[in-house]
Design a protein around this ligand. Structure first.
Ligand SMILES: [Zn+2]
Length: 375
């Protein structure tokens, strides 16, 4: 196995606007925690530094006009007319270096795709990646450049089938949109329902692809309050049979840590146990894997979640003594772990979540499984 961690200190050079929830420190915080826990110094692991993606490579998904505006926005002076492209809003502000930051982030994801295409890596992790809301000519929800669509497009040059699995709290709307009519890319998103969370209008189970892509788009919306158990039940019921039937050559996973109960950007109630268990299942079924951070607005908890995920991807345990020294959570019985405690969720909330999720899973099994299993 060859495993790559994408890292550069250059993300720290960007001064994102004060109070902006997206942290430029996410890669750094995860890298530091991984190094302290001795999760990087192994013969099969390499660290690669990303380079900014050149403009012309962005045209594989984005329009030239949008990239031209984004480049102009790099000066940090917003223009009223850019609002129609989603630029200059509170979630996608214009700031000095905005273009450079996002093409460096994209560079990390595309480097990952290249390493997998060239068979130089089996697993690649880019914590500053996973901008699933960026459209071809607009910015949305903290996302300006859709590194995921660009990476999948590049992977399709070498591979026939790519599975996109997204467990960020928000629906991966623009990745779904980009491959809606394709049967070479299966998009599978688990997220808080659009009834209560951004992007609101998408991510419902009935969006199932069109044309050749019918059945290759799967959404599992979950009600507010959903916790580990209900999510993991759905994940097992849906992910496992689909990945076995679709048999992708590469898996692209977005591990947005904003479904954690400690994250205020969603109403889901996950602990990092849900993430590490899902990552384990993803790894069990993938020979080539590109993993991206996605959302995550409580930096400490997001970095812990991604560190745990990195440990799982590399079959590494976290030493308890290291945990105690470097910020692990002490439990009452003297155990220290990066893994969070199981969370208490009221019976009523649990029951409601389970009923809703079960209804969705039954619908998917009835309407989507026959298309995929029969093909
Ligand atoms: Zn999110």
């Amino acid at each position: 196995m060859k495993s790559v961690f994408i890292y550069t200190r250059k993300f720290l050079n960007f001064g994102l606007p004060r109070g902006y929830p997206w942290s430029a420190r996410r890669t750094e915080a995860t890298y530091q925690l991984c190094s302290r826990l001795n999760l990087l110094d192994h013969p099969w692991i390499s660290i690669y530094e990303p380079k900014p993606t050149p403009d012309r490579q962005l045209y594989a998904f984005h329009t030239k006009e949008y990239i031209r505006l984004l480049k102009e926005a790099n000066q940090g002076i917003p223009k009223q007319e850019w609002m129609q492209y989603g630029l200059g809003t509170s979630e996608c502000p214009v700031y000095k270096g905005v273009y450079d930051y996002h093409r460096l982030a994209t560079g990390g994801t595309l480097l990952g795709a290249d390493l997998i295409n060239d068979e130089k890596a089996d697993i690649v992790f880019n914590a500053t990646g996973g901008f699933h809301h960026a459209g071809k000519d607009f910015a949305s929800g903290f996302c300006y450049i859709n590194d995921i669509v660009l990476a999948i497009t590049r992977l399709l040059k070498s591979y026939d089938r790519v599975l996109y699995i997204d467990i960020d709290a928000h629906h991966g709307d623009q990745v779904q949109e980009a491959f809606y009519d394709s049967n070479r890319v299966m998009t599978l998103s688990f997220h808080e329902s659009g009834n209560t969370l951004f992007p609101f209008k998408t991510g419902f189970e009935k969006e199932m692809g069109k044309g050749k892509g019918k059945g290759y788009c799967i959404n599992v919306p979950m009600p507010a309050g959903t916790g580990d158990d209900q999510f993991l039940w759905a994940f097992q019921e849906v992910f496992q049979p689909l990945i076995e039937a679709f048999d992708p050559e590469v898996v692209v996973a977005v591990l947005g840590a904003d479904a954690l109960a400690t994250d205020t950007f969603s109403n889901l109630r996950f602990t990092n146990i849900a993430y590490s268990s899902a990552v384990q299942m993803i790894c069990d079924h993938s020979s080539k894997l590109l993993v991206l951070g996605g959302g995550g607005y409580s930096l400490k908890h997001a970095a812990e979640t991604w560190t745990l995920a990195w440990a799982v991807m590399n079959n590494l345990g976290c030493n308890e003594e290291d945990m105690a020294t470097f910020g692990g959570e002490f439990w009452g019985d003297g155990v220290c772990s990066l893994q969070g405690r199981p969370l208490f969720i009221q019976d009523k909330v649990k029951k409601h979540a389970f009923t809703e999720i079960k209804r969705t899973v039954v619908w998917i099994k009835k309407n989507i499984f026959p298309i995929i299993m029969g093909s």
